[in-house]
Design a protein around this ligand. Structure first.
Ligand code: XMP
Length: 516
């Protein structure tokens, strides 16, 4: 196993967002991959002992001043290299080929034609003609010395090349995106036919590897994990428990601002199923106390953050012998933060309020994983689907979904409405297609309604359901009318204090996902 992790496929990041997608696709082919910056030195590459290298696309043109390049000694290491888009142009430019401005750029779906007389390993078993995804202006005019051009498009003569002797290949298009055809086959041909990489990265080995790493890092020290009820902290806790058993204590703060059934699910899973030492702090009264009379969203957030800190401070006697803290940092967070220091600051934030004066070493067992890998690891460790498929939930909880004062009553009203949303979305089998779906209570507004012969004067609930890849942008979900209807009917009939339901049809931007 160790051998596999020490021979990753390195994905060199040239600055577009494609590197992450490429790393994903490589992992989907059961090959471990890591993203490295484009200024990596040949020495650092040697230290990683890679099985192959993939050069990603990038926003610049290779002939532009200041365009990122690769330490050319890397070409001499004998490591197989695949260049994609910018990466392919770099190979052409650096290895005796040519890159020139094309008369026209190619963007979007484009038809590729294979050269009939060229026997290609890269395009092996693919049709003569298929569609690929392009995004470039400059084009490869000549492949690297010794490489054969194996395909072209209407506007570019060299869109795929390979040198099977040196084990170099390049494609002008993006095989990693799903809009083109046969991308997976092309990556697979490169990895297994040209580079001779072996398949060995499975979830099972992820667990084995992570468990070993955690054991090495933690030794016999005591570990603490603040559970949020979300996927990442839950899987991280289960993994660390697998590694160090009773040395782990989990802390879960019940703020009174959780969704229905969340506290019970956490207790049932961690205390009962995994027999993990779990301290649940019932801090409901305290949180409602500090939220009394508060309407301003930022003041709410601050009050909640400070209360988290105080709760942890008071817990200190119980957790003082712990010197390691588990963080559910994922690979995309690691890449985004860039440096380990930044990752520390960001993850520190995620804990939701550990006091600064308490210092811990961090253990981050998920730092090499993407979200869906985290889910499958969690599933393999026996975590229930209700935790694994939980939607993202803001740290300040339901407080930022209650417009106006947050009271035990308003929280209970929202929890009831929110449960109906979850149930109906689940019944329609839409949970996994949505990034988030929830109810918002406009507690500080009343609307007139009529129920039976009675006039009502109660609060509206807003239904929010969005699709998104990463929460940076989001679109309102086109929920079927029947689902909207059943949610609306049930909320009005079953939740006292609510007499109207509206659906939020604002995307992000310009709106945000949450209402506060
Ligand atoms: P917005 O509302 O900014 O939300 O579009 C983007 C994502 O972040 C979540 N969110 C939060 N998460 N603390 C958190 O831990 C917060 O204060 C917070 N506010 C928003 C939100 O649920 C969405 O997934």
């Amino acid at each position: 196993m160790k051998e596999i992790r020490t021979s990753p496929v390195l994905v060199v990041d040239f600055g577009a967002q494609y590197a992450q997608v490429i790393a994903r696709r490589v992992r989907e082919l059961h090959v471990y991959s890591e993203i490295v910056p484009h200024n990596i030195s040949a020495g650092d590459v040697i230290a990683k002992n890679p099985a192959a290298i993939v050069l990603s696309g990038g926003p610049k043109s290779v002939n532009q001043e200041g365009a990122p390049s690769l330490d050319t000694d890397i070409y001499e290491l004998g490591v197989p290299i695949l260049g994609i888009c910018y990466g392919a142009q770099l190979l052409a430019r650096d290895l005796g080929g040519g890159v020139a401005k094309n008369t026209v750029g190619e963007y979007g779906r484009t038809s590729l034609h294979r050269h009939k007389d060229v026997e290609s390993q890269l395009l092996q078993s693919l049709p003569q003609k298929f569609s690929v995804w392009m995004s470039h202006f400059d084009a490869i005019s000549r492949p690297p010395l010794g490489a054969l051009s194996s395909a072209s498009t209407k506007d570019s003569t060299v869109v795929a090349f390979e040198d099977v002797k040196r084990r170099f290949a390049g494609v002008q298009f993006h095989p990693e995106v799903t809009h083109g055809e046969y991308g997976k086959e092309i990556l697979s041909n490169f990895l297994f036919e040209i580079a001779g990489v072996s398949k060995a990265w499975t979830n099972y080995s992820i667990i084995e590897e992570a468990v070993k790493e955690v054991r090495d890092q933690v030794g016999d020290r005591k570990v603490i994990c603040a559970l949020s009820g979300g996927v990442d902290s839950s899987v991280a806790a289960a993994l660390v428990h697998e590694a160090v058993g009773d040395q782990l204590t989990c802390v879960f703060v019940d703020t009174g601002l959780m969704r229905e059934g969340e506290v019970e699910a956490v207790e049932k899973t961690f205390r009962d199923q995994f027999s993990i030492k779990l301290i649940t702090v019932d801090a409901r009264e305290r949180f409602f106390e500090v939220l009394r009379g508060v309407e301003d969203p930022e003041v709410k957030r601050k009050a909640i953050g400070e209360t988290f800190i105080r709760v942890f401070e008071e817990l200190r006697p119980e957790i003082q012998d712990a010197s390691v803290l588990v963080q559910g940092t994922l690979y995309p967070d690691v890449i985004e933060s860039g440096t380990s220091t930044a990752a520390k600051i960001k993850s520190h934030h995620n804990v939701g309020g550990l006091p600064d004066v308490m210092s811990f070493d961090l253990v981050e067992p998920l730092r090499w994983l993407f979200k869906d890998e985290v889910r499958s690891v969690g599933s393999e460790l026996g975590l229930p689907n209700e935790i694994l498929w939980r939607q993202p939930f803001p740290g300040p909880g339901l407080a930022v979904r209650i417009l106006g004062e947050v009271t035990p009553e308003s929280a209970e009203t929202l929890r009831k409405a929110d449960l109906i949303v979850s149930e109906e979305i689940q019944r329609a089998n839409l949970t996994k297609t949505l990034w988030q779906s929830f109810a918002v209570l406009v507690a500080n507004v009343k609307t007139v309604g009529v129920m039976g012969d009675e006039r009502t004067y109660e609060s509206p609930v807003i239904l929010r359901a969005v699709t998104s890849e990463d929460a940076m942008t989001a679109d309102w979900a086109r929920l079927p009318y029947e689902v909207l209807e059943s949610i609306s009917q049930r909320i009005i009939a079953e939740v006292p204090g609510v007499n109207r339901v509206a659906y939020d049809i604002t995307s992000k931007p310009p709106g945000t996902i949450e209402w506060e």
